[in-house]
Design a protein around this ligand. Structure first.
Ligand code: FAD
Length: 325
């Protein structure tokens, strides 16, 4: 059995049905490397060994693999996290701030009585332990959370961590997971919804182009998609655009939607309400196009164009296409 470093940080990762690690792996392992020695726990229905090799190449000094069927709403995954934590005695447990990740993190924290720090945008270690940074009050402030006991469970916002780990030698072991016998749900039937879009997924995207009420209609919203496509970006929206039926709710960015931290966020016809800013203010570069020069979005924009988006966006698309050809 491997020895685990004294400053182990347990990173909970999932692999898809083809044994590929899911997207947040690189940033979580990079973030873990900032505060200790990353130990990856790879959860997969099958093919976990291949995913463990990927985790080593992304900076995990040790990997543990557990075959977990995804049909019990997280109980088996939490059993695996508990077994991995017992073995590696980590200083913190990092989980991606995704729907499934938050589910696992919450259940594990309740089961072990651990502190839980959700939606961290930064990770640090001080003389007393692990400290996390959080974007709060609509992104207007960054707060610091420092649990005073045990190993905190931390969900990490996708796109927030830029550090990447250096490849490590493969050091994998299959984890023995005892069934905790905790109550589990069973999914008896489900309907698979196949996303046909070739665009990047909003959560975790490197670039996002979002449209607001100013886009005006579902038909006009195609312009937002067209701009996103020339940039290779995901499509987002304000709640007003969603409520008006321009686009599905899954694209909503903000307090009651998805939080994003892309390298580039383009806001088209979005005023910049605090609830919208809450989900995008940590973007690295913000570009806003709005015909109202007083719109609050300009307070946080790195680049702003005061103008009609129906003039600005087609010209930008044309210029970008010329540059790309
Ligand atoms: P508006 O505020 O109406 O702004 C439209 C903008 O488009 C204006 O600034 C206008 O100048 C500009 N415009 C119009 N035409 C053009 C044009 N041709 N060219 C350029 N610019 C143009 N909102 C979210 O986005 N996400 C959330 O998660 C969210 N959660 C909420 C939770 C709660 C509890 C509450 C109370 C509200 C929440 N909201 C959320 C709603 C939020 O308060 C705002 O109402 C919403 O963000 C406004 O969306 P908007 O900027 O698209 O619309």
């Amino acid at each position: 059995m491997s020895e685990f470093p004294q400053d182990s940080i347990l990173v909970v990762l999932t692999a898809d049905s083809e044994g590929q690690l899911e997207k947040p792996a690189a940033e979580l392992l990079g973030g873990a490397g900032e505060i200790g020695s990353p130990v990856a726990l790879v959860l997969a229905a099958s093919g976990a060994e291949a995913a463990a090799e990927q985790a080593s190449s992304l900076g995990a000094v040790a990997t543990l693999t557990a075959e977990v069927a995804g049909d019990n709403l997280g109980t088996a995954a939490v059993d695996a996290v508990a077994a991995a934590a017992e073995l590696s005695a980590p200083d913190a447990v990092l989980v991606p701030n995704t729907l499934d990740g938050r589910d696992i993190a919450g259940r594990y924290a309740v089961r072990t009585g651990s502190a839980i720090n959700v939606d961290a945008i930064g990770l640090e270690r001080d003389s007393e332990g692990i400290v996390t940074n959080h974007s709060v009050y609509g992104g207007g402030y960054t707060s610091t959370a420092a649990p005073t006991f045990g190993a905190p469970v931390i969900t990490v916002r996708l796109g927030a961590i830029e550090t990447r780990g250096e490849a490590q030698a493969a050091n994998n072991q299959a984890l023995e997971v005892a069934d905790s016998g905790k109550r589990a749900a069973t999914i008896e039937s489900f309907e698979e919804i196949v996303e046909t879009s070739s665009r990047p997924e909003l959560r975790g995207a490197q670039k996002v182009v979002s449209g607001g009420r100013g886009v005006g209609s579902e038909e006009s919203f195609e312009l937002v998609g067209e701009f996103a496509d020339v940039l290779g970006a995901a499509v987002g929206a304000s709640r007003a655009a969603v409520d008006a039926g321009f686009i599905a709710q899954s694209h909503q960015v903000g307090q009651t939607g998805v939080s994003v931290s892309p390298q580039l966020y383009v806001a088209l016809g979005i005023s910049g309400a605090i609830q919208h800013k809450a989900g995008m203010q940590t973007s690295k570069t913000i570009v806003a196009v709005n015909k109202d020069g007083e719109a609050p979005i300009f307070d946080i924009a790195d680049y702003g164009v005061v103008g009609d988006l129906f003039k600005v966006v087609p010209q930008s698309i044309e210029t970008l296409k010329e540059k790309q050809s």
